[in-house]
Design a protein around this ligand. Structure first.
Ligand SMILES: [Zn+2]
Length: 89
């Protein structure tokens, strides 16, 4: 039941960082729908520009270590989880 964007799986996550002293680079932490470690969900970290729009989506190669992950063939889109507090107007 993974959300898709143009047919590519879309994983949403939260921004973490800044990760470098320059302060303009962050990472995004997305929960992988495939990978599990000792029965628990696995999160993949990817670079994420601090200047990205809140609704930006970008493609990434899969960080799945499991060679059976279907995401390794397509990669996935990543984006931020929508801010629930900004929805109700
Ligand atoms: Zn994975």
């Amino acid at each position: 039941m993974t959300e898709t964007h143009n047919g590519i799986p879309l994983l949403r996550g939260t921004s973490v960082g800044p990760v470098f002293s320059s302060g303009d680079a962050r990472q995004i932490k997305v929960r992988c729908p495939h990978c599990r470690h000792r029965g628990k969900p696995v999160y993949h970290l990817h670079g994420w520009s601090i200047s990205n729009a809140a609704d930006a989506l970008e493609h990434r190669g899969a960080h799945c270590a499991d060679i059976k992950s279907p995401l390794r063939a397509t990669g996935y889109m990543i984006g931020l989880i929508a801010d629930e507090t900004a929805v109700s107007q």
